[in-house]
Design a protein around this ligand. Sequence first.
Ligand code: FAD
Length: 380
Amino acid sequence: MVAHVHSSYDTIVVGLGGMGSATLYHLAKKGQRVLGIERFGVPHEMGSSHGLTRIIRLAYFEHPDYVPLLRRAYVLWAELESEHGDTLLVKTGSLDVSDPDDDVFKGSLDSCQDHGLAHQILDSGQVHARFPGYHLWPEAMAVFQPDGGFLVPERCIEAHVKAARKRGAEVRTGLRVLGWEETGSGVRVTTEDGVVEAGCLVLTAGAWTAGLTELGRLLEVERQVLVWFEAPEPGLFAPERFPVFNIRGPMGHYYGFPEYGIPGVKVGKYHHLSEVVDPDDVDRETGPADELPIRAFMESVLPGAAGATLKTKVCLFTNTPDEHFIVDRLPGTDRVVVGAGYSGHGFKFASVMGEVLAALAAGEEAPGDAAFLSMTRFAG
Ligand SMILES: Cc1cc2nc3c(=O)[nH]c(=O)nc-3n(C[C@H](O)[C@H](O)[C@H](O)COP(=O)(O)OP(=O)(O)OC[C@H]3O[C@@H](n4cnc5c(N)ncnc54)[C@H](O)[C@@H]3O)c2cc1C
């Protein structure tokens, strides 16, 4: 039995993936005595934040209320990038494509119009003329937003942790948190290596959040697959000529990236095969059934990049019922804050989520922009 109390902190952050690394940084920046605990490494490939690229975009078909958070996220990524001294964000522009009456096109356009974002509406032929890698179906319509691009997620996590440590944060890796309880004056956290106490706890445990909270009914973990395809015409898929995309059409909803970092054009099918999984028991190998739908999409829409499969990776979504995030204090306590349920679109927000979660942990009002992510929306 573990009984030793190691030390006391203002705040402990459980999980140093996308969200936790950013929260650690913002707490350290406030001058807090903060400890981050990560069960794997910094970074690692077991959670939701690996695979070399993550789309960031201002146009937001999922809901226009995310746009103010996105504007702040861009500012914070730029600050972090300048401190880190290595590229974290590459702008390519973003394309949101669907039939004109589908929410990917319509929602993206609404978000641009509501928030005065620079954008252009392109039809199928105009997309091909401007970005010849794309061969969309005739009815497709696209919103091009020039600020879109991608983040380098592993580097973003490293940058946040490095910047947090520079400001005094402590980090323990390879250490699993087993549970926590409130005490009269704070929170006691039990790890595989003893007990640690703090005034406040932030749970950013990604796919494992249900095991540390009673939020299981709101969080569903889903297996995802990323595939890198060899591009027989690589010039068409360089970051300068190939915007990141979300395309929802007759063949489903796909997203992808130009060639960056390693050979190949990376594409995924949103929600992939809809496989709900236990995060500790995921098939991390991939097979023909995983590649089949994505290859069919490549042959139809990106034929210049439908070459050999160069690499695959398995990754995890943690979905809420409405696919919007949960960013809040846990019900019944001011001492435990949770950032979870990022539903496959959270990474781009990690910088601003760190700021919001740190504010909640420090007992400050969450910036108003994030109030729509409170879990009160699921009450009852
Ligand atoms: C294939 C794929 C593609 C995606 N594409 C995009 C995209 O293009 N754009 C975008 O914005 N988003 C995208 N997302 C979503 C985005 O990556 C996630 O929303 C985001 O990474 C979630 O971050 P997180 O911090 O919640 O989870 P994670 O980064 O997984 O972090 C959780 C951390 O908690 C640790 N942990 C868990 N339990 C414990 C414990 N008991 N003790 C200690 N540590 C613990 C884990 O090891 C992990 O490091 C994609 C996701 C996937 C899977």
